[in-house]
Design a protein around this ligand. Structure first.
Ligand code: IVH
Length: 663
């Protein structure tokens, strides 16, 4: 049976790989979704039954593996630099002139590609398999996002006829349809919308749970093929063809241009054509085709001299500012929103725009009745860029002195741009808080959406999130659009939510600056809500990514007696207040506890911790008899001494790397 299973698994993997390439890269599927799903399901169940057959380049990893705690930083094979921009035709001519002068002749061609608006990713292959994917980061080092990148369907996990080791660089993006779908879902769940596909692609690639990335439908377009940090072929055009042959998605609009005129025509053509694309572009990238010429032109400190990014101007329109209304958010911040006479901007009808705050309105010199210029630069929410013409009967906007919802006084703190309603009982704030608490990804209470929350708050049945846990089916049933069955379902949902893990509870409290990621890092670092509540601002900063702003906000929240009462009531309701940092399945440091002390030669403190955790070990702050190793760097002090007293082995960074890499 073992042999059969292995054979069948290989066969399924090959077939799925073939169909994924047809579907995701070539856009020419041969089978329907149902048939594909059936193949994938069979593979998943076989792999589950035979864990010994697992393989990191199996298409089964597309559904996302185990979540992780953080990302490890990795050095790039060659710096990932950015491109110089040309903002208009004059700057483009200037670039072309410089190329000609530096080469001393005009015998060169350009390759023009669309400038995809996503984030760049470096993907390494060894022996034909994808082994590592790294974000751009600061250009020198990036984050290892391999598990997440493996879920991108248009990124091959295995390549048949490439060099033994190579790297592909390209752009990760989210298509307009996937983006619209994601935002609609987020809206329905009461989560904030992503501003544009670029942000959502970046956000989706950097989540800790690969299953989330898998659900987000990202795409990868390749634009560079490197071996040892150097281009493999001597023509960029040939490289792109080679990448396509190897199974990567490559910009289908790419064009070889004999010179500046051809390039200008390409730019012109896509300026008009960009709205017909399935994804956002923000310009055109032109590269000198010949690698020999690229080498002669070389690089500046920032960017290659052989390439330029021509940026399209943002898409603008003019319309009338009909009114400015004020919205009250979860933290009480009052946001002025422009109500516009509906106008089409590149195929999208725009009727609203955020004005952010009073200062922004002041800066723009804006009054109701003015004609304004609005702009969409890939963002869903357009912005007002300037006043085009004053209206005849223009009316100045004043931030109301009272909250438009609860009528309590509004304050604006020294040095803050936001005016806030500070009434904790303000129904607008309360509704937003409760809706967020109950939403998917937080406490996940099925059926408790905007309409129900609104009714519950208006009826005085919910005055804080703790009241949710006292709701009964009998009291819910008489509500509008409810009935006994739905009421029972909601109470079941409330019941189930008591088991949500601590990071979600913490996120659900709505502490300013503490979202999903920070909540998880805090819970991992402190292990219980009581430890977090009891920690000083300084101690809180021990958690990854928590600085003075976040720790101050957490302290202010828990110092408020009202929030202390809330915490007690949530404890009584039986919510989870403790948290086990996720255990790893395996890894070379499994079961070991390591303490890092002093300054290591290359790894920062957080990087060393991440390395230990990624290898399955536990990174601890204090040395005890249970410590397996102390990793000591320069100026190590009392911890090193203690290790010596207790006879704990002391190692250096090099040894740590060796241990962590040992498979
Ligand atoms: S080539 C050294 N080609 O634009 C050459 N970049 O502003 C590196 N981008 O960081 C980049 N589409 O993320 C190249 N066809 C394309 C691109 C592209 C989008 C992005 C890339 C880069 C940024 C530079």
């Amino acid at each position: 049976m073992g042999q059969d299973a292995a054979g069948r698994v290989e066969e399924l993997r090959d077939r799925i790989r073939y169909h994924e390439h047809r579907y995701y890269v070539l856009d020419a599927p041969e089978i329907g979704d149902a048939e594909y799903d059936a193949l994938m399901r069979e593979l998943l169940s076989l792999e589950a039954a035979h864990p010994e057959l697992a393989s990191p380049d199996s298409p089964a990893v597309r559904v996302g593996g185990a979540p992780r705690d953080g990302f490890v930083t990795v050095r790039h094979s060659a710096a990932m630099l950015s491109l110089d921009n040309a903002l208009n035709d004059g700057e483009l001519r200037e670039f072309d002139r410089r190329v000609r002068d530096l080469l001393g002749h005009s015998d060169y061609r350009y390759v023009a590609e669309l400038k995809l608006d996503g984030l760049s990713l470096a993907v390494r292959f060894r022996g034909g398999s994808l082994v590592q994917a790294i974000t751009r980061g600061d250009g020198e080092t990036g984050e290892d996002v391999t598990s997440n990148a493996r879920t991108i369907r248009s990124l091959p996990l295995r390549v048949a006829d490439g060099p033994p080791e190579f790297e592909v660089r390209g752009e990760v993006l989210m298509g307009n349809r996937a983006f619209a779908k994601l935002n609609a879902e987020r809206e329905a769940q009461g989560l904030p919308r992503y501003a544009n596909p670029r942000n959502s692609a970046a956000g989706s690639l950097r989540v800790l749970d690969p299953a989330t990335t898998a659900a987000r439908q990202l795409d990868f377009y390749a634009y560079l093929l490197l071996v040892n940090g150097e281009p493999l072929l001597d023509s960029h055009w040939a490289s792109l063809d080679r990448l396509a042959e190897m199974g990567f998605r490559v910009d289908p609009s790419r064009a070889a241009c004999a010179g500046l005129e051809d390039l200008q025509a390409f730019i012109e053509r896509w300026s008009a054509g960009r709205d017909s694309l399935a994804y956002e572009i923000d310009g055109v990238v032109a590269k000198i085709d010949s690698l020999a010429q690229q080498r002669r032109l070389g690089w500046t400190a920032k960017a290659p001299r052989w390439a330029i990014a021509f940026k399209y101007p943002p898409r603008q329109a003019e319309t009338l500012l009909e009114n400015i209304e004020v919205q009250v958010g979860r933290t009480g911040a009052l946001t002025p929103v422009a109500h516009l006479r509906p106008v089409a901007v590149s195929g999208v009808t725009v009727s609203r725009a955020s004005l952010h705050n009073e200062d922004e309105i002041e800066r723009l010199g804006l009054a109701i009745g003015d004609t304004v210029v609005i702009e969409r630069s890939g963002d869903v929410i357009p912005k007002v860029v300037r006043v085009k013409e004053h209206g005849d009967a223009r009316r100045r906007f004043r931030m109301p002195a009272q909250c438009p919802v609860c009528q309590e006084p509004v304050t604006r703190a020294e040095g803050e741009s936001a005016s806030r309603c500070i009434n904790p009982d303000c129904p607008a704030r309360l509704k937003e808080t409760v809706r967020y608490f109950a939403s998917r990804g937080v406490m996940d209470i099925d059926g408790m959406g905007e309409a129900l929350v609104s009714q519950l708050v208006d009826a005085g049945m919910v005055k804080s999130v703790a009241d949710i846990y006292e709701l009964k089916a009998e009291t819910l049933a008489p509500l509008e659009r409810m009935g006994e069955k739905s009421a029972r379902r909601i109470v079941e949902g409330i019941e189930a939510s008591r088991k949500q893990p601590l990071p979600r509870v913490l996120n659900g409290l709505g502490i300013p600056f503490v979202g999903e990621r920070t909540a998880k890092l805090l819970a991992d670092s402190f292990g219980s809500l009581d430890a977090i509540v009891g920690a000083s601002a300084d101690e809180l900063q021990r958690a990854d990514e928590v600085g003075p702003k976040v720790s101050g906000s957490i302290r202010a929240y828990f110092d408020n007696p009202r929030n202390q009462r809330l915490v007690e009531r949530l404890r009584e309701a039986g919510l989870r207040f403790t948290h086990d940092a996720p255990k790893r399945e395996g890894g070379p440091l499994k079961g070991m506890t390591l303490v890092v002390t002093g300054t290591l030669p290359t790894l920062g403190r957080d990087e060393a911790k991440a390395l230990i955790e990624a290898a399955g070990g536990k990174a601890s702050e204090s040395v005890s008899k249970k410590t397996s190793y102390v990793v000591a760097g320069e100026a190590a002090g009392s911890k090193l001494e203690k290790a010596r007293t207790l006879g704990i082995p002391v190692i250096d960074e090099a040894k740590l790397r060796e241990l962590a890499a040992d498979a």
